[in-house]
Design a protein around this ligand. Structure first.
Ligand SMILES: Nc1ncnc2c1ncn2[C@@H]1O[C@H](COP(=O)(O)OP(=O)(O)OP(=O)(O)O)[C@@H](O)[C@H]1O
Ligand SMILES: [Mg+2]
Length: 303
């Protein structure tokens, strides 16, 4: 399997001395769907800035498809890695949406026809056909967010990085965005890396979850990470609400025959497995220790 991202012992501090990354080592294979979670200030955005070469490490320790990112010319870098930043206003800077989405392909030196094709495709993908002549700062936040994604998609990057992709989106647009990211991963084999605080969406977007707290403190599947209450508390994180509910159901004698779900969509298989194993019914009960058990779950997972 090809390594899309290879980071070896990466350290970073800002000029004012703030240590943002310490001895970070991480390998992400091509086609993986990875989520990076971590408290505010954990270093997620700083790590992304290293991956697209906006911050250059002084050592040869950030590789993209085996190539040292710090020596890659910009035209090559942007066709390999696209980062959609959390705030679209950091990304959109041209007079019109067309110009913003065309900026990358134009700078890659692509012929005019190809630039046009890519802009149309990218705007179509994010549902912004008709917005070509709009002024970015006269658009809603959600529309700008989609435009910022289009500005990255037009470069057709092999690695798509999204910083807080679902933040401030309405439920429909959040769901459309999640489907889009997954489609790009599944149909085009694009490696997708997201940083998010929206733990309820993590299992929709990632098979592997990395917990960052200046350094990498955990790396595993979403279920392993979210079932570790101590890890979550130590890193100012939380488990998805539905997972917590199932942990409470355990206290009432729910016989679990399946991994506890991390989102509502995974709840029916969990219930089905338990019902199948229990003759078609689930019985909940309450005894003298139930309240204490519930309190223990609360203490583990709630702040
Ligand atoms: N330009 C800068 N100068 C100095 N320190 C910075 C700068 N940018 C970020 N930092 C610091 O680096 C650390 C990591 O910040 P970073 O933005 O990477 O965190 P993050 O995980 O993305 O946080 P959030 O979840 O709030 O977006 C923080 O302590 C932050 O204050
Ligand atoms: Mg950030």
């Amino acid at each position: 399997m090809k390594e899309a991202v290879t980071i070896r012992n990466l350290n970073h501090h800002y000029p004012d001395g703030t240590v943002s990354l310490e001895d970070v080592s991480l390998t992400i294979n091509e086609g993986e769907r990875l989520a990076i979670i971590g408290q505010n200030g954990a270093g997620k955005t700083t790590l992304f800035l290293h991956l697209n070469g906006s911050i250059k490490s002084t050592e040869d320790n950030v590789l993209i498809f085996g190539e040292n990112v710090r020596y890659m010319p910009i035209e090559k870098r942007i066709e390999k890695v696209g980062v959609v930043f959390a705030d679209p206003d950091d990304q959109l800077f041209m007079p019109t949406i067309y110009d913003d989405v065309a900026f990358g392909p134009t700078n890659m030196g692509l012929p005019h026809d190809e630039v046009e094709r890519r802009v149309r495709n990218a705007l179509e993908t994010v549902g912004l056909i008709g917005f070509e002549d709009r002024v970015p700062h006269h658009m809603s936040y959600g529309e700008k967010k989609r435009a910022a994604l289009a500005a990255v998609l037009s470069m057709e990057p092999r690695i798509l990085i999204l910083d807080e992709p679902t933040a401030n989106l309405d439920p429909k647009n959040r769901s459309i965005l999640i489907s889009l990211i997954n489609r790009l991963n599944k149909e085009k084999g694009i490696t997708t890396i997201v940083a998010m605080h929206d733990v309820n969406a993590v299992s929709h977007l990632a098979d592997r979850v990395v917990v960052l707290n200046t350094t990498i403190v955990a790396d595993g599947d979403a279920h392993t990470i979210f079932s570790d209450g101590e890890l979550l508390k130590a890193n100012n994180l939380e488990a998805p609400e539905i997972y917590k509910l199932f942990r409470i159901l355990d206290c009432y004698g729910y016989t679990c025959c399946h991994q506890h779900p991390l989102s509502a969509i995974d709840a029916p298989p969990a219930f089905d497995a338990s019902l199948d194993a229990n003759g078609g019914s689930i019985h909940l009960r309450k005894n003298n220790s139930t309240a204490d058990e519930v309190q223990k779950v609360m203490d583990t997972f709630e702040y």
